[in-house]
Structures are given as C-alpha cells and as structure tokens.
Design a protein around this ligand. Structure first.
Ligand SMILES: [Zn+2]
Length: 287
C-alpha cells in the first residue's frame, strides 16, 4: 500500500510541474522536451495524434475515363494517399455534420477533379493537376506523381475529400512520424573513472568528451541510451551509469503538411480533455 500511495503523490507533483522546452519548431517538424509527465501521459498524447486528430484526404473517386495502365482502384488508392491541406475550422467530420447526408455537403466534403491527356509525349500526371473547388484544400505538394500516361492516354475523374481519422485509415494521419524517448540521465563516478577514454571513442553520438583527465557528458539530448559506454568501461562495475529519466521525454513530431504541428498538438490535447470531461460526466451519472 505504501508504495502505491507514494507513487500517486509523485505523479500529482510531476504533473503540477510540467515544463515544455522547444528544441526545434516549424510547421512541418517539431522537437520538444517535456518534463514532469509520465509515460502513460506522453503515450496517450502520441496515440491521439496518430489516430484521432482529423485531417483531410480523398475518400471516394468517380472515374469517368481511365485509359492509363493503372487500374481504377490503384489510381483511387494513390489519390487517397496525397496529403491535403486541412481546414479544421470550416469542415466537419461527415458523421458529425448537421447535413446528416451520405452524399455530404459543402461543410463536410470537397470535390477535386483531374482532366489529363498525353497529347504530344509521355506525360506524368502530378498532384498539381488536381483542381479543387476550394483553393484552401489542395495537395501539400504539387510534385507528387499520380500516373504516367503514354501518348493518347487519358484520365478524367472526380474525387471527394473528407475529414477522417488515422484510426480508420493511415491516409488520415496528420503526421508522418510521432515518436518519444526518455531523456538520458548520465552519472560519472569520478573517483572510479581513470579517464581511459574508451567510452569517449565508443559513443556513437559523440556525447562524451575527455576534458583534462576527466570524462564529461555534453549534449545529453542526443543520448539514445545504447549503453555502449557502460559495456566498454574496463572498470567493473562501470564508472559510468546511464538510465532514462522517467519523467522527461523528447518528443519529435513530423507533419505530413496537412496541419501545422502546433495545431495537431493542440487538437490532441483538446481531445484528451474532452475524453476526460466525458469520463467525469459518466462517473457522476453512474452514482
Ligand atoms: Zn455535411
């Protein structure tokens, strides 16, 4: 009982002292240090980002003409995987849209068309060929190849993009990567260490440096906890100790371009918040 009690209080204190530091931040790529949280919290954030933050993707395609070598299904699949710029403030998830229609409306669906023909030479149809009815909902890159057409081949189609979630299909994930790892805690026993430098040579990230007969750790953020330095230390037990800090994480998020990373994180936290509020509501109602 005693240990449960203690860990509960440690947890509360940790959440109270949350601290976020930005290591790198652009719309496409962000790296943060989050201090004072635990693994379940950071993992919930990661999983919500991957599977529940909505983004826009093509979901239905009406092929009017396709004389390319690609089957209609392959063409539709390729279109679905093109990341589209997403506007979460204007569009509704189809299941939440007031229209309630399977056909969708202009608040839950965007139409994009392609009309392409190889008139003179072999031509590649790129994402820039997609003609959107809303100039804000367009492919994040205009250079994504969709199909190659030989002379005389044609593609004519209408595609419908909708908001969706990664839990249904990966094409709706707003991020291409979302990972976290523990921040390293490196301890040097300076009494035991004879500064032989073996650990300095073996560290694949070059974190350890020999400075005047002493080994020091610099740029600890890069440490991947590989333990090579510990294994190579000729002293037994090793004069260096490396472990993960269970309350400090380095989280890296790379956007597909559908949403800025900051918006993705804000959406994820408000989803966690909504779920918690719903839990409290249900708990009170269950009394
Ligand atoms: Zn609608």
């Amino acid at each position: 009982m005693g240990s449960t009690h203690n860990s509960y209080h440690n947890h509360i204190r940790a959440i109270g002292n949350m601290d976020v530091r930005i290591l790198r931040k652009t719309d496409l790529d962000t790296r943060l240090i989050i201090e004072g949280v635990d693994t379940p919290y950071i993992n919930a954030l990661r999983r919500i980002i991957l599977s529940e933050v909505p983004s826009m993707a093509i979901d239905e395609v009406i092929i009017i003409e396709n004389s390319s070598v690609l089957h209609d299904e392959i063409l539709a699949h390729r279109l679905g995987l093109i990341p589209l710029k997403t506007d979460l403030d204007t569009y509704n998830l189809p299941e939440e849209c007031p229209c309630g229609s399977e056909f969708g409306c202009n608040l839950c669906q965007v139409s994009l068309t392609i009309e392409a023909e190889a008139k003179e030479n072999t031509t590649t149809v790129h994402s820039r060929t997609l003609n959107s009815e809303n100039p804000d909902i367009v492919p994040v890159s205009d250079k994504i190849p969709i199909a190659k057409l030989a002379l005389g081949q044609r593609i004519k189609l209408e595609a419908y993009a909708r908001l969706g979630k990664g839990e249904e299909h990966a094409k709706w994930q707003p991020v291409s990567a979302c990972t976290y790892r523990y921040m390293a805690k490196i301890e040097m026993d300076k009494k035991k260490c004879d500064a032989c430098g073996d650990c300095v040579d073996v560290c694949p990230k070059g974190i350890l440096v020999k400075d005047r007969e002493e080994v020091e750790a610099k740029n600890i953020i890069e440490c991947t906890l590989c333990q090579d330095c510990v294994d190579t230390c000729p002293i037994d037990p090793a004069a260096i100790k490396i472990e993960g800090d269970e309350n400090t994480f380095i989280i890296e998020i790379e956007s597909t371009g559908a949403l800025p990373v900051e918006r993705t994180i804000l959406e994820a936290t408000s989803i966690i918040d909504r779920k918690s509020q719903e839990f409290i509501k249900q708990l009170k109602a269950a009394k």
